[in-house]
Design a protein around this ligand. Structure first.
Ligand code: SF4
Length: 303
């Protein structure tokens, strides 16, 4: 079992959660030399183009911190969103995300700072840790980020802690998807819906006309998300998100999630099947159908 979940057993899952969140918050700043620029206008919290995925632990943490039911905070502050898959322009991963601009931002400060989502903790140091700082810092959607205008220090001790935080995120995101949708990462393939999507994009006035040759580049993300919410989110497993929040509302539901979270065999299995036997959903003849398929390109397979 990985060290970060080796916490003493607690009778009440909320005690375990509190201890885990405390540990996460301690690691967030431990050995870090990074500090936000005081002049920062919080573009990461405000910009709608930047999506912030959250885990079940993030949801439960916010509910604990705000002393509100998780069902209430989910419907006010979060929604299902689509996340880009870099290897295939038509694939998106479905996950829970924060609404944007982030509703927790109050007078330029994070209203849930001690339990803020792990992706908020990881930014921007993870770019240095991943070795993508140079490439990403120049991207158009990061142009207002003062913190990306100069190099970010990352000591060897901090790099080690970043590794631990990244492993925490890998586990949190994977087990959350399994709990919410009964699969590891849940992908949608829009490749067979190009005609409908181009029409939707043209109707919304946000993309070029359907005769444009490269449709993958002409369909803005909001059009895809709107299509998802109007046409696909009503099918299982996405339609059950409200029931899952109800479940998380109970101690029994929280204990069930934490049992999954601590199950090393399950985690290894989900991790192992992520790319080679990925579950991919497609809308076919008005129904959402799931199929397992490899996302590894033949060039990268070992036989
Ligand atoms: S949760 Fe806090 S840090 Fe994260 S986007 Fe919202 S306000 Fe910003």
């Amino acid at each position: 079992m990985e060290s970060f979940i080796k916490l003493p057993p607690y009778e009440n899952p909320r005690d375990w959660l509190t201890a885990y969140l405390r540990r996460r918050a301690r690691l967030a700043s431990c050995e870090s030399d990074f500090q936000c620029d005081p002049a920062c206008a919080r573009p990461g919290c405000k910009n709608k183009d930047l999506q912030i995925q959250v885990s079940v632990i993030d949801l439960l943490g916010a509910a604990l911190h705000l002393k509100e039911p998780v069902t209430a905070i989910y419907s006010r502050f979060y929604t299902l969103g689509l996340f880009l898959e870099e290897r295939d322009a038509w694939l998106r991963t479905v996950a829970v995300k924060l609404e944007k601009p982030c509703p927790f931002l109050e007078n330029g400060l994070c209203g849930i700072y001690p339990v803020r989502p792990l992706p908020c903790i990881l930014f921007p140091e993870y770019l240095v840790w991943q070795g993508t700082f140079e490439e990403k810092a120049g991207a158009e959607h990061f142009r207002d980020f003062l913190c990306l205008k100069q190099p970010i220090p990352l000591s060897p001790a901090r790099a080690e802690i970043m590794g631990e935080l990244m492993r925490m995120w890998a586990r949190e995101s994977l087990i959350s998807s399994f709990f919410l949708f009964n699969h590891g990462p849940c992908r949608l393939d829009f490749g067979n819906l190009t005609g409908e999507l181009l029409q939707a994009a043209a109707a919304s006035g946000s993309a070029a006309a359907p005769e444009r040759p490269e449709p993958t580049r002409t369909i803005p993300h909001p059009v895809l998300e709107r299509f998802f919410h109007e046409r696909l989110a009503g099918f299982p497993p996405f339609a059950e998100i409200g029931d899952k929040m109800e479940q998380l509302q109970t101690l029994e539901g929280q204990a069930q999630f934490l049992r999954l979270f601590q199950d090393d065999r399950l985690y290894r299995k989900l991790k192992g099947s992520c790319d080679d036997r990925a579950v991919v959903f497609r809308l076919v003849k008005g129904k959402l159908r799931a199929k397992k398929r490899s996302l590894i390109s033949p060039a990268h397979k070992c036989y």
